[in-house]
Design a protein. Structure first.
Length: 333
């Protein structure tokens, strides 16, 4: 009965009459029973109550159950069949991730690159309906993963991201241009590039502003993220013996260019100075770029009162037959 509702549930209150009627019948039967005082019950030992007498009381039970069935039918029980149509209008997103040597700085934990990868993976998990791609860049850029809904494969490719797989440097313009190239043929209603870097453009054949103009031409909205603390940060370097050491170096992020890229394309610039701020930034982008999910629900009601009417009718018929065949009165003339 969990999927059954009642169109006129107020009638169900009448079911409270059933125990009251049973009580009334019991009291009435008790009052009508003849009481005879005898000096001894010796002559009645071994006698039992008439079976017909006991069964006669079952007739009232049939009537009460039939009445309960009719009351339930009056409440109009209904079952419902429901279904829904869901249409999803996803967003195409390309993540452009800086993997230059400075991304190994430890002002974010364990370093900027690993923190950026971790938060990006969380972002991907929150966008199950979107196509997402990945571009990595330093001195040059290339596509690590084209736009895909196979997020398991995309996340697996993050494991291969590390500094040194391509020539070092910071080619912001090339990274953005590669991301736009992946989005330009997209027919999605919304196309987004998220560009993350910790420096300023010093390599590549395409200036960042030129790449932004290309993005604007293809209606690609660019969110830019500058990663790095304010002031000094421990940067990796090589000592005289070739070992990696960390020295405090001033953090220099070309925020003006990043802000201009975002403004030109209708995006927004963010600054992430620690892990939590980076996580908050991706959370804000997630809220700004909501996937449209249209859900239309349908429901069909089916009347279910006829089985209750039939049930009550059968019980009343059985009660009528028993009463007039097995318990018919004998009239003596």
């Amino acid at each position: 009965m969990s999927d059954v509702t009642f169109a006129h549930s107020e009638f169900l209150w009448l079911l409270a009459l059933i125990p009251l009627l049973a009580l009334w019948y019991g009291l009435r039967n008790y009052q009508r029973t003849a009481k005879v005082k005898l000096s001894s019950l010796e002559g009645f030992e071994g006698q039992s109550n008439s079976t017909k007498g006991l069964l006669r009381h079952g007739l009232i039970l049939l009537r009460l159950v039939a009445l309960a069935g009719l009351i339930t039918a009056m409440a109009r029980p209904q079952s419902s069949t429901s279904w829904q149509d869901i249409s999803t209008e996803g967003i195409d997103i390309v993540l452009a991730l800086d993997i230059s040597g400075s991304m190994l700085a430890r002002d974010l934990q364990p370093n900027r690159l690993e923190a950026s990868k971790e938060v990006a993976l969380e972002f991907i998990d929150n966008r199950p309906n979107d196509r997402i791609g990945l571009v990595i860049y330093s001195g040059e850029s290339f596509t690590q993963c084209p736009l895909t809904t196979d997020h398991a494969r995309l996340k697996n490719l993050f494991t291969g991201i590390k500094n040194g797989v391509i020539v070092d440097g910071t080619a912001i313009g090339m990274g953005l241009a590669t991301a736009v190239n992946r989005l330009k043929e997209s027919d999605a209603e919304s196309k987004v590039a998220i560009l993350l870097t910790d420096g300023s453009n010093n390599r590549g054949s395409i200036p960042p502003i030129t790449a932004a103009e290309i993005a604007k031409t293809f209606d690609v909205r660019v969110y830019t993220i500058g990663v790095g603390t304010n002031g000094m940060a421990p940067m990796p370097a090589r000592d005289a013996f070739g070992n990696t050491v960390y020295r405090n170096v001033e953090v220099k992020i070309d925020e003006e260019t990043l802000k201009e890229i975002a403004q030109m394309t209708g995006g927004k610039y963010f600054r992430a100075t620690d892990n939590q701020k980076l996580r908050d930034i991706y959370g804000e982008i997630d809220q700004l770029e909501k996937t449209i999910i249209e859900e239309i629900k349908y429901e069909k009601k089916n009347e279910e009162f006829w089985p209750w009417v039939l049930f009550a009718g059968i019980l009343l018929a059985v009660e009528f037959i028993i009463r007039h065949i097995f318990f018919r009165s004998v009239v003596l003339s």
